[in-house]
Design a protein around this ligand. Structure first.
Ligand SMILES: Nc1ncnc2c1ncn2[C@@H]1O[C@H](COP(=O)(O)OP(=O)(O)O)[C@@H](O)[C@H]1O
Ligand SMILES: [Mg+2]
Length: 358
């Protein structure tokens, strides 16, 4: 029964576009913190914490793609893992909309999380290591159905075949092993696996970072087509602003476990409000012969074990003033721009450069 429902949903939801029809939130993250303890010595005593996520707020609406962008080490994967409950948050609320009912994921007991977990799935960065090389494609793609005890063996196989076709592979691929596929094809297998339980929200953790540029575009197109077909909401993680530009509705800019800026995608490229966003825009490769990326930030991202006082960006920020070393800037609504927020003491007076001007 369950399986027929899933196959039915998959078929029925084709070409239903809900992007502009609902403002309902699918996910609401409030005050999220994740601290990893650091231990040393014979007794493994905790001596301090890596503050991987340090008070993060954002939401995703139904059918929306939210880009989560920041340099490596800024806490993106940790946020994804907390949302799908691969990690327990240290503090904060993660609310998920399950058929109109708002559920605080942190409060769901571990033994009941399984039934909600099928509503959100994660696609991982590395299509080489994220698939078990000893398993056939059929086993990889249908494993979530086995875990959730859905369908008979034959029904599961049929669903896998149907899904493989939808992600641009062949139904016959079910009998093959991961090593028989290219990187882009493997990522498609990972996508089929993530979609087999017909989830509402998919966390795509740098799904194209390990792929060749030509394959990246195909994979992004596929993810966009699947979003319409399956009524998906996406949290799309990337380490640069180039990749998420065309597929995100809104973008959350993260740095050292804190949100620097949130705005609609076109707004953030045209009119960045945070020096960190300006720097990420300047670093977008311009694909012109001889052109170089502009480096607006000095030095490297500090360790979240010892985050800077005040604004976390201050040691690297070219606009820094005294207050930036002392006072943490709150995430504030940008006056006059709907849905735009920035965490910078000077965002109202800085005149930052957008994509076209650089
Ligand atoms: N399981 C873990 N134990 C300890 N530290 C971790 C763990 N996972 C991530 N971190 C640390 O948290 C910070 C953020 O990591 P991550 O979320 O992977 O960032 P990103 O995905 O943006 O590159 C990094 O400093 C990383 O070393
Ligand atoms: Mg990561």
């Amino acid at each position: 029964m369950g399986i027929m429902l899933i196959v039915g949903n998959i078929l029925k939801t084709r070409r239903v576009k809900i992007k502009e029809t609902t403002g309902e939130k699918i996910l609401d993250v409030k005050g999220l913190k994740k601290y990893f303890p650091n231990r040393k010595g014979f007794f493994q005593k905790i001596y301090n914490y890596t503050k991987a996520i340090n008070g993060v707020d954002f939401f995703i609406k139904k059918g929306e793609t939210v880009g989560l962008v920041g340099e490596s080490g800024s806490g993106k994967t940790t946020i994804g893992r907390c949302i799908v409950r691969l990690l327990d948050a240290t503090e904060g609320i993660i609310e998920f909309n399950v058929d109109g009912k708002i559920i605080d994921l942190q409060k769901v007991p571990k033994n009941q999380i399984q039934s909600i977990r099928k509503r959100f799935q994660m696609i991982f960065q590395d299509p080489y290591s994220s698939l078990d090389s000893k398993m056939k494609v059929a086993e990889i793609v249908t494993e979530p159905m086995v875990i959730h005890n859905i369908g008979s063996r034959q029904e599961r196989l049929n669903t896998a075949k149907e899904l493989l076709r939808k992600v641009g592979l062949s139904a016959d691929d079910v009998t093959k092993y991961p090593h028989q596929f290219s990187g882009g094809q493997r990522q498609r297998i990972g996508i089929a696996r993530a979609l087999i339980l017909n989830p509402d929200l998919v966390i795509c953790d740098e799904p194209v970072s390990a792929l060749d540029v030509s394959v990246q575009a195909q994979t992004l197109n596929l993810l966009q087509d699947l979003q319409e077909d399956f009524n998906l909401s996406y949290l799309f993680i990337a380490h640069d602003l180039g990749v998420v530009r065309y597929i995100s509705d809104r973008i959350v800019v993260l740095y050292l476990g804190k949100v620097m800026e949130i705005a609609k995608a076109d707004e953030i490229y045209k009119n960045p409000k945070h020096p960190y966003t300006e720097a990420l825009i300047a670093a977008i490769p311009k694909y012109k012969a001889g052109s170089e990326r502009d480096i607006l930030l000095s030095g490297n991202i500090p360790s979240p074990e010892y985050p800077p006082e005040g604004c976390v960006l201050n040691p690297r920020c070219q606009y820094k003033k005294e207050i930036c070393e002392q006072v943490i800037p709150p995430l504030e609504q940008v006056p006059g721009i709907d849905g735009a927020f920035a965490a910078c003491h000077f965002f109202k007076e800085l005149n930052l450069k957008g994509y076209k001007e650089i």
